[in-house]
Design a protein around this ligand. Structure first.
Ligand SMILES: Cc1cc2nc3c(=O)[nH]c(=O)nc-3n(C[C@H](O)[C@H](O)[C@H](O)COP(=O)(O)O)c2cc1C
Length: 209
């Protein structure tokens, strides 16, 4: 099974070479992210794909993760600060357009989703948005492995600095997790030749017949 081989091949790369990834591979990973599942289909996050050496250096300056500056490209996963009725309206409008139905026929979806979000605290909705964002991160990791692009998911970054430099507050977003992309430095990355560390499958999974 190719996918299992891809997932065994990938690892959280610690050191990158200076080889850059192609636009095609970048777009492949971004497309996969956009196809990721999200609760209600709301996609409550946005991705910033950074291909600017100076910006990457500034963003990585306060972090122990040198991959931020070293990477070919850096993806920033930013979650919504709030979920609003307008977000639900936008989803209904898009669904109607894509599925060729009227917005009125989607009143049930609108009411159910809007009631769900408005009955909860902003903080709960923010945490919900962050959880959806991690699903997109998972999709990106799988897509990168499939494209034989190395990647490192990272929470070790200065979120305040990222939010400030990317103007995320003004967009009602906050950075939650980042993903560097590039190619492993086979010589200097101590992890490049080490076996994967995972618990036995039987410990992970309980099959209930
Ligand atoms: C949400 C998340 C945050 C992570 N943060 C970092 C990080 O800041 N720096 C880093 O080098 N690795 C980070 N990792 C990588 C994990 O340490 C790594 O995925 C884990 O040890 C499993 O190893 P593997 O991905 O190489 O198979 C993170 C992984 C995830 C999923």
């Amino acid at each position: 099974m190719d996918l299992i081989q891809d997932l065994n091949w990938r690892y959280a790369t610690k050191s990158y070479s200076n080889q850059r990834i192609s636009n095609e591979k970048l777009d492949f990973i971004l497309e996969a992210i956009n196809l990721s599942a999200s609760s209600v289909g709301l996609q409550p996050y946005r991705i910033f794909a950074i291909d600017n050496a100076e910006l990457k250096s500034t963003l990585g300056a306060n972090s122990f993760n040198k991959q931020i500056a070293q990477s070919s490209h850096l993806l920033v996963f930013a979650a919504y600060n709030k979920v609003t009725t307008q977000h639900v309206r936008d989803l209904v409008e898009l669904t109607a357009e894509k599925q060729g139905v009227t917005e009125e026929s989607l009143d049930g979806l609108f009411t159910a989703a809007n009631t769900y979000f408005t009955s909860r605290s902003d903080e709960d909705n923010k945490l919900w948005a962050e959880r959806q964002t991690y699903i997109a991160l998972g999709t990106a990791l799988i897509a990168a492995a499939n494209a034989k692009v190395d990647a490192t998911p990272m929470e070790g970054f200065d979120a305040q600095l990222f939010d400030e430099l990317l103007g995320l507050n003004e967009k009602d977003l906050h950075s939650i997790v980042i993903l560097s992309l590039g190619y492993r430095d086979n010589v200097n990355d101590y992890l490049a030749h080490l076996p994967k560390v995972r618990i036995p499958i039987d410990e992970m999974v309980t099959k209930i017949g």
